[in-house]
Design a binder for this molecule. Structure first.
Ligand SMILES: Cc1cc2nc3c(=O)[nH]c(=O)nc-3n(C[C@H](O)[C@H](O)[C@H](O)COP(=O)(O)OP(=O)(O)OC[C@H]3O[C@@H](n4cnc5c(N)ncnc54)[C@H](O)[C@@H]3O)c2cc1C
Length: 394
């Protein structure tokens, strides 16, 4: 029986497993599928800026068991394409070699840290589960401090994540019981760029600025943080901010496993894949999600988003299974593109198309965002038919 190894239990990897299992099932073929990931959860990274980040993950077992996919835990440290092996180390430090016939690489991305000189201090992030939970515990501890202490939160990076986190921050502080302190807190959103949300374009921007103002976020543009020393955040214009919480939201870069192949990558470190999501220059390896640079249509590359990771994962799983079962593959294509940005108590902004034409704002857009965040990005569990159905392309 051929064996397919999927590395990564995020949106791309999990949906790849569902699609591969479906492909084998609909063809009546035998295929051994193993999903190998660092832990036994799908972490909902797009929700890690929200309150209660500890609730933002779904166990992988109830998705994988009903469709006969094995789950293995370990951090992959090396992949040898010539030998078709991947080596992983588990939580106890044991090293295991996994042999594959076909591989789907879906190991995602990591925070792209800014060049910062940190002395006697630290930064926080919402990039992964552990970081987001640690930040939440820190905020809770800060809110338990004496009420007269002013609280200042600095967020570095006014992109998608920084904006969502800044807009939500006062609500999060208040949720930790310090309503009066939360009211008095300063939330500062810094960026070296001259505008907020440079990547999101001009359409959503007026709404973003209005929402940040409503949330009393101080936006400081054309500002770079060079150094953090103790509780001092030092700016390139000579200014200083006294602050107990510095959160970095400066974007993402591909998982370092991508660099291990010695291939050309895009500026975010992503591997180039062809229309079937096969990694260019490697045999028997497909890639999907944040680690892959795919064309979604004739002129737009995929973005690091779950909106792209899920369909890419499905296409990679389908095609990897097809290759192993001598069935025809299907090209990946994704013409629809939308963005939905949470703007805290003000609401949200929803735009359609690559030009980001705003179609909904405030409560209407917020309802859409909540639908995506509580339904669309969650896989079905326990019900084999529903799980296989969720792996359908289309
Ligand atoms: C705070 C935040 C907000 C976001 N908001 C949005 C949003 O609103 N909309 C949107 O579309 N996208 C958003 N994103 C981006 C979105 O989360 C990612 O694009 C998506 O998670 C990518 O899915 P993925 O499966 O490629 O990678 P990931 O979700 O990163 O999953 C990677 C998987 O690989 C595993 N892994 C990593 N390294 C190894 C290794 N060495 N060995 C074994 N396993 C490994 C991880 O444990 C994980 O299971 C946001 C991201 C963040 C951090």
């Amino acid at each position: 029986m051929p064996n397919l190894l999927i590395i990564g239990g995020g949106y791309a990897g999990l949906w790849a497993a569902m699609a591969a299992a479906r492909r084998a099932d609909e063809n009546g073929s035998e295929l051994h599928i193993r999903l190998l990931s660092k832990d036994a959860y799908l972490t909902h990274r797009p929700r890690l800026y929200e309150r209660n980040p500890q609730d933002m993950r779904t166990p992988l077992g109830p998705v994988l068991e009903p469709i006969g996919v094995d789950l293995a835990l370990g951090e992959v440290t090396a992949i040898e394409p010539a030998a078709r092996t991947a080596r992983a180390t588990d939580a106890e430090g044991n090293s295991t070699e996994y042999i594959y016939d076909g591989l789907v690489l879906a190991a995602g991305s990591i925070l792209r840290p800014p060049p910062l000189d940190i002395v006697d201090g630290r930064t926080w992030s919402v990039d992964d589960y552990q970081s987001a939970v640690a930040l939440d515990q820190h905020l809770q501890a800060r809110m338990a401090e004496p009420a007269e202490d002013a609280e200042t939160v600095v967020i570095i990076g006014a992109g998608f994540t920084g904006i969502e986190l800044a807009a939500e921050m006062r609500t999060r502080l208040a949720a930790h019981g310090g309503t009066a302190r939360a009211e008095k807190a300063r939330v500062i959103l810094l960026d070296a760029a001259a505008t907020v949300s440079e990547d999101l374009g001009p359409g959503p921007r007026p709404h973003i600025l209005e929402a940040l103002q409503a949330a009393r976020v101080e936006v400081r543009l054309n500002t770079t943080v060079r150094r953090i020393k103790g509780d001092q955040v030092m700016l390139d214009d000579g200014g200083r901010i006294t602050c107990q919480t510095v959160i970095v939201t400066t974007g993402a870069q591909a998982n370092p496993l991508a660099a291990g192949f010695g291939l050309a990558t895009d500026p975010a470190g992503r591997l180039f894949v062809d229309e079937f999501l096969r990694v260019k220059g490697l045999a028997n390896i497909h890639a999907a999600g944040d680690i892959a640079h795919a064309m979604t249509d004739d002129s737009h590359a995929s973005l690091m988003s779950c909106q792209h990771a899920m369909p890419m994962g499905k296409a990679a799983g389908y095609n990897a299974a097809s290759d192993l079962l001598d069935l025809p593959p299907l090209p990946y294509q994704q013409t629809r593109y939308v963005t939905c940005l949470d703007l805290g108590p003000w609401g949200a902004v929803f735009s359609n198309g690559w030009e980001r034409q705003v179609e909904m704002i405030k409560d209407e857009a917020k309802a859409r965002k909540q639908f995506v965040m509580t339904q669309v990005i969650y896989p079905p569990t326990k019900d084999r038919a529903a799980i296989l159905e969720a792996g359908a392309l289309g």
